[in-house]
Design a binder for this molecule. Sequence first.
Ligand code: PMP
Length: 304
Amino acid sequence: MHTFLPIAYFENEFVPFENAKLSIATHALHYGTAAFGGMRGIPNPENPKQILLFRLNRHCQRLSQSAKFLNYELSPEKLQQIIIDFVQKNKPTQSFYIRPLVYSSGLGIAPRLHNIEKNFFVYGLEMGDYLSPDGISCRISSWTRQEDRSFPLRGKISAAYITSALAKTEAVESGFDEAILMNSQGKVCEATGMNIFIVRNSKLITPGFEQDILEGITRDSILTLARNLDIPTIERPIDKSELFIADEVFLCGTAAKIAPVKQIETFKLSSHRPITEKLRDKLFAITENKDPQYADWVYVVDLP
Ligand code: PMP
């Protein structure tokens, strides 16, 4: 069971988490007409009166774009201020995860985005490592990632996560930790809530945006870090067979951070992962605000 932060933002005010309740007739619950965000924060290891939020403005911008797909206007600036207030009210003492959700809150029947009330809420929970940092095993999913022509894949639309849920359960129930999904072209796409990178001949390779991936913020951070570390990066389609012979494979996302892959289907991967480890150490130092070069990726919230 999760440990939730005590205060939630719900129906335009801050309330105790337990009091934030929805009707069973809530439209989004029936049609998946919602979109969520997910960002991480930690107490500043150097100063307990400060909370560090990783790439707050980028996360707010993406949720604002997701809201647009739902026919709802939510400015990144408004969202950012609510999240800062949320953190100040909760005063987290452990590493945590913030979950904002935009949704059709009206009590209406029939799927649509017009003529139905929308709202958003924010809550949080304590969160340590999401997947084993020592290496995970992956199955190639029998489920295919949706196509952008049938789903706005640049938003984190709740309804799309049925595919992730099917793929994750299929993987876990067949003895693996995580699933890797192919796209409709049969190329490597991403995991159930993470983007994917492979390393071949010291080059870092990841599928491009045209491969139906989510525009991951961790993915973006890793590409920037790698370029600044003079690691060659390539965004291109990846074939399934390349996964099995890659020198390194890792998954990345806000919750999972950087999760090295030790096995895919029956193929074992090397435990020598110099590039994965270099990027992981660097990203870790940045989230703790220990790297002045990337100080603008860390939003510092002063606690009252
Ligand atoms: N793909 C999917 C489907 C996701 O849900 C996530 C998590 N948001 C990611 C990739 C990784 O994105 P980010 O690095 O922005 O968390």
